[in-house]
Design a protein around this ligand. Structure first.
Ligand code: LUZ
Ligand code: MOS
Length: 734
C-alpha cells in the first residue's frame, strides 16, 4: 500500500494547523523572547498605542500553575523573574492581525540584570549544575590488568535542529464546552494535561485535535505543549479564538534540539575481545529538564550498541546550561551512546593494528547474550546481517584499494555500523495505546487512535492492520484525526512505538467486533467457520457482502462500535537496581558506507551505502524504505554537516538555513537496502519498528570519512562531530 497521504501531499491538499480557515474574530499571538541567556527580568512594558493591540500577557496573568515541566517541575510557561536561556518566553503579545503583532512586539521594552551564561556541559557539571540524579549502569568487574590493549579518550558530539517543515503552531477556539485546541503536537494528551494545569481547570474541558504534522522527529513530543498552552492562555484572557504559529526564525531560536554530549571513556580488550569499558557521559540538557532524564537513560541503554561487553560501567549526568531546553530527537540519546563506543573501537583498532570491523565482528551480540541492564536478547538478526555485509565489504575493499592506488589527491575509505535499538518507551508506564472503531450502518468505518500522523505513515500501517482484520478494502475506512475525546490518555507518538501500540489496540477493537458479528451469524444461521475476506463474509455454503452483514447486524441490534486497548506485555525496569527487561524487542541491522575525501580541499563525497536491515516481516516496504532513507539522511547530517553553534553568551549563531547546513539530494550516497527478518510476534503484523533505528546507520558516515583520511595519512584528530570540511582540513594538516 502507498502512503495514504501521498496524493494530498503532492497536490497540496494536506491540511496543517496554519492552513485551517480561521473564525472571524480570531486574534494572533506572538511570543516575546528573552534576549539574554541568564539573568533576571526587571521590567517589561508596552507603552505604544497600536490600534490592533489587544493584550500583553505575562506570568502574573496565569490563572493556574505557571509550570510545564513534565518529568521535573522546573520550567515556567512564562518567566516570572528568572531568565535561563535566550529565547525563553517572557510575555505573549495578542493583536488583531499577525503583522500588527510583529510591529507591537518590536516595541516591547524589556530590562534585565544579566549574569554570565554557561553553555558547556562540563563547566555546568564542575559548578554543580546537575538535573536530577546521576545514573549508573554496571555489570561484571572491570580489571584493567586483564587487558592487553587499553585506550582512553574524550568524545564530543554536536546537537541537531529538528527542522520539521511545519513549525510549531496552535489554534485554540473557546467553545460552549471549554477549549478546542488544534495543535501541531506529537502528544495530544500532554497538551490537554498542561493546558488544564496552566488554566487551573480539569482535563475534560480541553479537547485537543491533531490532523497531521509536517514532521516532528521528537521536536514536538514535549515542546509543542508550551505553544498550545500560551494560545489557550490568550483565549482564557480574551475569550476569543487565538492562533499562535512560530515563524522559522522564532522556532529555531526558542526550541530545544538534540542534546550535545561530551564523554570520557576507557576501553580494554584481550586479544580481540572487549572485556572492559568505562564511560562517563555529560549531557548538555539546556535550561530545564524537559525530557532530558529519559534521553539520558536511553544513552545508557545503548552505550554498548550491538556488542557484548561483560565488564561495563557507564555513568551519566544531565548538565544544566543556559541553552534552550534540549529535547527528544529521533534516537533519543541512543545515537550519542552508540557514537562513543564506535569511537572507542576505532581507537582500539588504531592502537592494535587490528581493523575495526574485525573487532566489531568479534564482539557482536548473539541471541542469548545479556545487556548490562539485564535484558537477554532474542530474535536479533545481527549475525545474519553481518555475514551479508562481509560479502559486500570485500567488493568495497577492492574498489577502495584500487582507487587509492591510482589517486594522490583523493582518498577513499569505508566503515561498518551495526545497530541494535530497543523498542518501547523506557518508561514502562507509557507503553499503552488505544483505538475506537466505529462501523456505520452502511458498512463504512471510522477509525480513531492515539497515533499522530507526522509523515511517518503510521495511519497507513494501522489502516493495513484494520483492513486485513475485517477483510475490507481501504476505501471503506476513514482515518480520523487524533482527538483526545476519542482516544484518551494517549502516550506521545514517539519511541518508534506508535504503530505497534495503536495498531495492536486497533486489532483488539476489530477482534471484539468480529466476535460480535460471528455470534450473530452463529445465532441466526448456525454458521460454522466464518471468514472475512474481499469485502465479504463467508460462512457455511454462503456469503454476504460486508455492507449487507453490517446492515443486518444493525437491524439485529449488534453494537457496532468498539474501544480497543493495548499495553506491551512483560516489560519492566527497576531503577534502583538499574536492571530489567525494558524493551519489547530490538530492531537490528548493519550498514557499510564508502566515502571519498578531497585531500586538498577537505571536502568529501559520500559514495554509497549498503544496508541490511531487519524489519521483521516487512509490512510496508515503501514506508520502510522511506523511513530508512529519511533517518539515514538525518544521521549523516548530524555526523557530518549540521553544525549547531551557540556563542558564549548563549546566542544561537546557526539561526537560519544560510548558516545551518542540512543534507540534500546531492549530499546523500547511493542507497541500497536489503530487508532480512523473521516474523516478530510482538510487532504489528509480524513487523519491527523502524522510525528511529536507521538514524544510527549515519554514524558509519563519520567513520568512513575518517578512514578515508587515515588511508591517506596518519591523523591525530579529536573525535568531535560534526566532521565538517573545516575539521577534515585541520585534521589532515595538523
Ligand atoms: N520518548 C520517551 C522517546 O518519552 N521515552 C522514550 O523511551 C523514547 N524513546 C525514543 C524516542 N522517544
Ligand atoms: Mo521521539 S525522539 O519523539 O520518538
Amino acid at each position: 500500500m502507498k502512503n495514504i497521504d501521498s496524493i494530498s501531499h503532492v497536490s497540496g491538499k494536506s491540511v496543517y494547523v496554519d492552513d485551517i480557515p480561521v473564525l472571524d474574530n480570531t486574534l494572533y499571538a506572538l511570543i516575546v523572547p528573552a534576549t539574554i541567556a541568564h539573568g533576571v527580568l526587571k521590567k517589561i512594558e508596552y507603552t505604544g498605542d497600536h490600534s490592533d493591540f489587544v493584550r500583553m500577557i505575562t506570568a502574573s496573568d496565569i490563572p493556574g500553575e505557571n509550570q510545564i515541566g513534565s518529568i521535573i517541575p522546573d520550567e515556567e510557561l512564562l518567566s516570572s523573574q528568572d531568565i535561563h536561556f535566550m529565547g525563553q518566553a517572557i510575555a505573549i503579545i495578542v493583536a488583531k492581525s499577525l503583522n500588527s503583532a510583529y510591529m507591537i512586539r518590536d516595541e516591547v521594552h524589556v530590562e534585565y540584570d544579566e549574569y554570565k551564561a554557561i553553555t558547556d556541559p562540563r563547566v555546568a557539571f564542575n559548578s554543580g549544575n546537575i538535573i536530577g540524579e546521576s545514573r549508573k549502569f554496571q555489570c561484571g568487574d572491570i580489571v584493567w590488568a586483564d587487558c592487553d590493549t587499553i585506550v582512553s579518550d574524550r568524545v564530543d558530539m554536536g546537537g541537531q535542529e529538528h527542522l520539521y517543515l511545519e513549525t510549531h503552531g496552535s489554534y485554540v477556539i473557546p467553545t460552549e464546552r471549554g477549549y478546542k485546541v488544534i495543535s501541531s503536537t506529537q502528544s495530544p494528551s500532554s497538551v490537554q494535561k498542561m493546558i488544564a494545569r496552566v488554566l487551573g481547570i480539569s482535563m475534560h474541558l480541553v479537547e485537543v485535535d491533531v490532523n497531521r504534522l509536517g514532521g516532528g522527529f521528537g521536536g514536538k513530543e514535549d515542546q509543542a505543549t508550551p505553544i498550545a498552552c500560551m494560545a489557550a492562555l490568550a483565549v482564557n484572557i480574551t475569550d476569543r479564538p487565538v492562533k499562535l504559529i512560530l515563524d522559522r526564525i522564532d522556532d529555531l531560536k526558542m526550541t530545544g534540539k538534540r542534546h550535545p554530549y561530551s564523554a570520557d571513556y576507557k576501553i580494554g580488550m584481550k586479544s580481540n575481545k572487549i572485556i572492559a569499558y568505562d564511560v562517563i557521559f555529560y549531557q548538555n540538557a539546556g535550561a530545564s529538564a524537559d525530557l532530558s532524564p529519559a534521553v539520558l537513560e536511553r544513552t545508557l541503554f545503548h552505550a554498548t550498541n550491538s556488542y557484548y561487553i561483560p565488564n561495563f560501567k557507564a555513568t551519566a549526568y544531565s548538565c544544566r546550561t543556559n541553552l534552550p531546553p534540549n529535547t527528544a530527537f529521533r534516537g533519543f540519546g541512543g545515537p550519542q551512546g552508540m557514537f562513543v563506543i564506535e569511537a572507542a573501537i576505532d581507537k582500539l583498532a588504531e592502537k592494535s593494528g587490528i581493523p575495526a570491523y574485525v573487532l566489531q565482528e568479534a564482539n557482536l551480540m548473539k541471541n542469548g547474550d545479556k545487556f548490562p541492564y539485564g535484558q537477554i536478547t532474542d530474535n536479533l538478526m545481527l549475525t545474519d546481517a553481518w555475514s551479508k555485509i562481509k560479502t559486500i565489504k570485500n567488493v568495497y575493499e577492492e574498489e577502495i584499494e584500487q582507487f587509492n592506488h591510482n589517486n594522490k589527491y583523493f582518498s577513499k575509505g569505508m566503515a561498518i555500523m551495526p545497530i541494535t535499538f530497543g523498542i518501547s518507551f523506557t518508561n514502562t508506564m507509557m507503553n499503552q495505546g488505544s483505538a475506537l472503531v466505529n462501523i456505520y450502518q452502511d458498512g463504512s468505518i471510522g477509525l480513531s487512535t492515539g497515533a499522530v500522523e507526522m509523515g511517518q505513515g503510521v495511519n497507513t500501517r494501522i489502516l493495513q492492520a484494520l483492513i486485513s482484520s475485517f477483510g475490507v478494502s481501504a476505501d471503506r475506512v476513514k482515518m480520523e484525526t487524533t482527538n483526545t475525546t476519542r482516544a484518551i490518555n494517549t502516550s506521545p507518538s514517539a519511541a518508534s512505538s506508535t504503530h505497534d501500540l495503536n495498531g495492536w489496540a486497533t486489532l483488539d477493537a476489530c477482534n471484539q467486533l468480529i466476535r460480535r458479528l460471528e455470534k450473530l451469524l452463529i445465532d441466526e444461521y448456525q454458521a460454522g467457520s466464518v471468514e472475512f475476506i474481499n469485502n465479504r463474509v463467508i460462512f457455511n455454503d454462503r456469503s454476504l457482502s460486508w455492507d449487507e452483514l453490517i446492515q443486518f447486524a444493525f437491524t439485529k441490534r449488534v453494537d457496532l462500535a468498539a474501544h480497543g486497548y493495548y499495553c506491551t506485555p512483560d516489560i519492566y525496569f527497576d531503577k534502583e537496581k538499574e536492571k530489567g527487561h525494558p524493551f519489547a524487542y530490538y530492531t537490528t541491522g548493519v550498514a557499510i558506507q564508502m566515502a571519498t575525501v578531497d585531500i586538498i580541499r577537505g571536502t568529501y563525497k559520500l559514495d554509497k551505502i549498503d544496508i541490511i536491515h531487519d524489519s521483521g516481516r516487512v509490512m510496508n516496504s515503501n514506508l520502510d524504505r522511506g523511513q530508512i532513507e529519511g533517518a539515514l539522511a538525518q544521521g549523516l547530517g548530524w555526523m557530518l554537516l549540521e553544525d549547531l553553534q551557540y556563542d558564549d553568551n548563549g546566542r544561537l549563531l546557526s539561526n537560519a538555513l544560510s548558516t545551518y547546513k542540512i543534507p540534500d539530494i546531492n549530499f546523500m550516497p547511493d542507497i541500497k537496502i536489503e530487508f532480512i527478518g523473521a516474523n516478530n510476534p510482538l510487532g504489528l503484523m509480524g513487523s519491527k519498528s523502524i522510525g528511529e533505528p536507521p538514524l544510527m546507520y549515519g554514524i558509519a558516515g563519520y567513520f568512513a570519512v575518517r578512514n578515508a583520511m587515515r588511508n591517506h595519512k596518519n591523523i591525530d584528530m579529536a573525535y568531535k562531530t560534526p566532521l565538517t570540511p573545516e575539521r577534515i582540513l585541520m585534521g589532515l594538516f595538523s
